[in-house]
Design a protein around this ligand. Sequence first.
Ligand code: FEO
Length: 135
Amino acid sequence: MAYIDWQDDFSVNVKEIDEQHKMLIEMINSLHEAMLANKARDLQKQTVNRMADYAIKHFALEEKYMMQFGFAGHHKHKAEHDQFTAKARDLKDRMQKTGFVLTLEILNFLRDWLRNHILKVDKEYSSHFTRSGLR
Ligand code: FEO
């Protein structure tokens, strides 16, 4: 059983964005599974690289739609994205310098991001985007 299963009420009702959110859940589940199998060290670098990649692609997409559809919460939302990007950069830097970061730190950060950003802050644009015609 996965650590976190996708549920319909996670959806922001925009398919392209939901698919990217599912990728983040998959990152969490893979890391959790590897941790239980004592193989998390192997997956740490890959996860941190995936986080950096996710930040570039996913945030650019949401921010593009927020601009395009004149979403009022754009700047506040972008500030949270910038925090994620900074965290991914920090993890990457520390891993390069010391070769080590705590797996639990990465896992907890991603889990909290799901709870506090995807399931709360992202939800705020959902009805605005769908009213603007996105599906
Ligand atoms: Fe889906 Fe605002 O990140």
